[in-house]
Design a protein around this ligand. Sequence first.
Ligand SMILES: [Zn+2]
Length: 331
Amino acid sequence: MNEQQNPSRQNIFPMSPSKIAAFHYADFPLLLRPKSRYPLSKFSLLRDAVLRQGLLPSSQVFVAPDPGEHELLLAHSKAYIESVKSGSLSLAAQREIGFLWSDSMWIRGKRIVGAMLANIDSALSYGCAFSLGGGAHHSHREYGKGFCIFNDIAVGALSLSVRFPKMKIAILDCDVHQGEGTAEILRGVFSVCTISIHAERNFPFRKEKSSLDIALDDDAEDHEYLEAVDSALQFLRKSAQPDFLIYVAGADPFFEDSLGRLSVTAHGLEERDRRVFLLAQELNIPISVCFGGGYCLPIEKTIKLNLQTLRVAKEELAHASLESSNPMQPN
Ligand SMILES: [Zn+2]
């Protein structure tokens, strides 16, 4: 495979952490159902915290662009797209998604996908980029589900496949809930490998088959969780050997998460993130990060974990560029 066919095979690393871009859709509203557990405030609080703490300068934090409908069609049926656009979704379909229909469902649903597409473009150029949200992995080809309107991960992977037919893409989904929508949409797409590490007894109760599923028992702690992460990374290293990695850095395996069922600490999640970023460097591949779920009460605890992921990415990338600029240092 040459670089023209596959731009990710250019030397991405070492990259400058000062080039990390992030894409948000925090200012696009949603109509929530009464007593909804969806943490709508998370997205603006996260963006504001990234800027306030100086993790990224405002010149690297962008509003997600509006994608074309043709992008959505990569992963979703025309009938489903039309029903979200026109508001002809049945009440049952709205209940399944978890939001009430209004124009905002269509507008925000698209921007989540736009964030991922821009994230991927930026990662192709600079090695690593973020969606400040995203990870709508419960959305299927024909319907939305579990707070997921359109599947940004599947659209992103399929857009890469169309542009670079020889590129091998891997999705490492570390949200605590199985990425069953992603697995359903990408079933039979041989250039895309799907990996899900999740709590077996958690939502969704009807699981789909990913390329690799690692299901954990309730209350799994750091050592069990990190063992699962290591197995997934070994699978990526030995079997999948991807050219591009989409990483769903879910904060909901955290022991204080209200929808989690696992007992992973902040330190365990930090270690998970570190190992994933190190693997991307080892394989010399771009990595697009999104955050998936996180439902701590108060939501600030989830946001702290998302910020930690961004901090770890910056640390690891800075570390790598330092090492390569100083090749004489001892092992
Ligand atoms: Zn989740």
